[in-house]
Design a protein around this ligand. Sequence first.
Ligand code: SAH
Length: 256
Amino acid sequence: MTSSISGSLTVIGLGPGNAAQVTPEALAAIEAGEDFFGYGPYVDRLNLRDDQRRHASDNREEISRAEAALMLAAKGGRVCVVSGGDAGVFAMAAAVCEAIEAGPAEWREIHFSVVPGITAMLAVAARVGAPLGHDFCAISLSDNLKPWELIEKRLIAAAEAGFVMAFYNPVSKARPHQLSRAFDVLRAHLPGSVTVVFGRAAGRPDERMRIEPLSNAHSDMADMATCIIVGSTETRLIERPGQAPLVYSPRSAGKI
Ligand code: SAH
C-alpha cells in the first residue's frame, strides 16, 4: 500500500549543548522543519526563522508531546521533535515510537526518522580521556519509569560483570537520596579505588569535570546536568604535570 500521509516526523538530537557539537545532519533537518516540539530549554537552543513554529512543553509530558507532534504530522506537517544529546538515549525517540505503537493506524504511515546526536556520556568521556574504552553500559538512575529495586539490581549486575557505567539522570529534587544509595551499593561490590568521573554540563560554558575515587564519591558532587562515569577495576588514571589527569579503560580489559 502506498502511503497516503505526506507529513513527516523527524526526531533530532541536538548534542550536549554547544553549537559546534550539533551535526550538519541535524542542522539540515532543522532547516527543513516547520513545527518544533520539545522540552523548553531544548527548543530554546534552536535558531528558528519566523515561519517556523515552537511548541515548548514541560519535561514530564513526553507522551502527550509525542502525540501532539504525530497528530500534526498526520495532517501533513513537517514536524520535528528535539532532544538534548542523542534523541534515542533516555529521550524522545522512544516516546515517539511508543506513541506510534499505541496510536491510530494512520500514524504508521508518517515518514518517521531519527537524526543522531552526541550523547552526554560521549561528551564527558572525551573531556577526560577514554573511560568508555572497554565494555560499558548506560543506566538512568531515574525511577520515574522503573522501580528503584530494578536499578539496584542492574547496578550490581554491571559491577559484577566488570562494565564501566555511565549514569544519566543521577539526581532530582524528588529523589535526593538515591545517588547516595547507588554509591553505597557500588561500594559493596567494587573497590573504593575505582575512578568516578562527575561530568557536569559537558560542552557548555559552565562545564565542570571532577574525578574522585569511589570511596569519596558523594551525591553532592552531582546535579541534574551531570553524567557520571564509574570506571571498572581496569580503568586507569594517569597523572600529568600542569594538566588534568587522564582517565582511560584499556581496550584489553577483562579476565575471567
Ligand atoms: N538524550 C540525552 C540524555 C537525556 S537524560 C543525551 O543523549 O545526552 C538527561 C540527563 O543527561 C541529565 O540528567 C544528565 O545526566 C545527562 N546530560 C545531558 N546533557 C549533559 C551534559 N551536557 N553534560 C553532562 N550530562 C548531561
